[in-house]
Design a protein around this ligand. Sequence first.
Ligand SMILES: [Zn+2]
Length: 451
Amino acid sequence: MSKTLIYNAEIVNEGTRFHGYIIIDGEFIAKVGEGSPTVEEIGASESVIDIAGRMVLPGAIDTHVHFREPGLTHKASIASESAAAVSGGVTSFIDMPNTKPTTTSMAAVADKKVIAAGSSYANYGFFIGATDGNLEEILAADQSEIPGVKLFMGSSTGNMLVDDNIALSHLFSSYRGVIAVHAEDEGALADARARLAAQYGDNQPVELHSQARPAEACVKASKRAVELAKRYDSRLHILHISTAAELALLSTGDISNKRITAETCPHYLLFEENDLARPDGFMLKCNPAIKSAADRDALVEAIADKRIDTIATDHAPHLIGEKQGTLLQAASGMPGVRFMLQEMLTLASRAGNELTVERVVELTSHNPARLYDIDRRGFLREGYFADIVVVEQAATPFTPEIGTYLPDDEMSPCNWTPYELTLVNHRIWQPMSMVSWHLTVIVSIEWLLCR
Ligand SMILES: [Zn+2]
């Protein structure tokens, strides 16, 4: 096994920050040391890299992506999106089931696993989607093969809506793993659609999206999910929280002590509904909709004070042409996996909030690993996989051509990003000297074992 030594690092891990070094042996971390390495440690390492005081974090784990394969590969593929992920410091991802065919059987999970084994640049895991007919199969499955069950309460891209009380009660009372919920109430969505249709007909402008998918729909469905989880002591994880009102359903504290946890995404922390009226604002159409500035500010507080437990992207690429047109025509969803870490670090560096870099690492690495009990990832620890990301603070604002070490044809067919609308002052460090190290990690990519 060849040893790599990274030294002169600002290590951020498990709530602490210190000057130190890391020894990587093959695909694992052999040592996380404080201060400087010894002469013997330097001598025993084949490759020694001075990273000149840059920040070193555990690789981020994005537990909510839509990589579109199989079936929607004109938009994206596991290869293209995992390449984008790695170039953004996301070394593991968990993909959602609304592909074609839908991932609603263990055979479909196995099919995706085969695709990823042959093409992914990052570690991978796949949710199974709940339908009103596959509970027996989910319960009979080897639970280490899936991080949990994805439940759509509220229709979105793909058709896996479970809205029936009996089916929901069965799922919440019998499934003991994580139930990850898209919570928007279908009735409230239908009412909002009817209101807009009466007012605008078919010609509804895209900036009305937060009226078409209003806060009430989120609150109503999240309440229903929380009631079910409390009644049956289920392990509920509410995805992409977008409203301040839903925060009242959540408690603060460490993720390990909670039965009900929650995720939000960078776009709900950085944008607000009026941004959809900007010239490129159509890019921000996503489900749930981006809500008010007050919601955005409340969410930033909630990620800092531990009411919200994880950050994920809900990375959902479409071709730019598919995003055009009226509210009824434009596709919902946006890419984000390449920018999550940079955006979150930028947010932490901004004055006026309590967010720290240590907390960002908890939200993007530690807590996703704890939530799904992912085997030996999400922390910089001896014996853990060497999923490591080096970050530097850049003085200049964001430019989209990130991902320099991967050939262009591996990057996403969806080559647009809403994050051009923001300024980012952190970059994932990718000097040429790190290329071989990245490739070492890529060779060891594998299935995320959820214990
Ligand atoms: Zn999603």
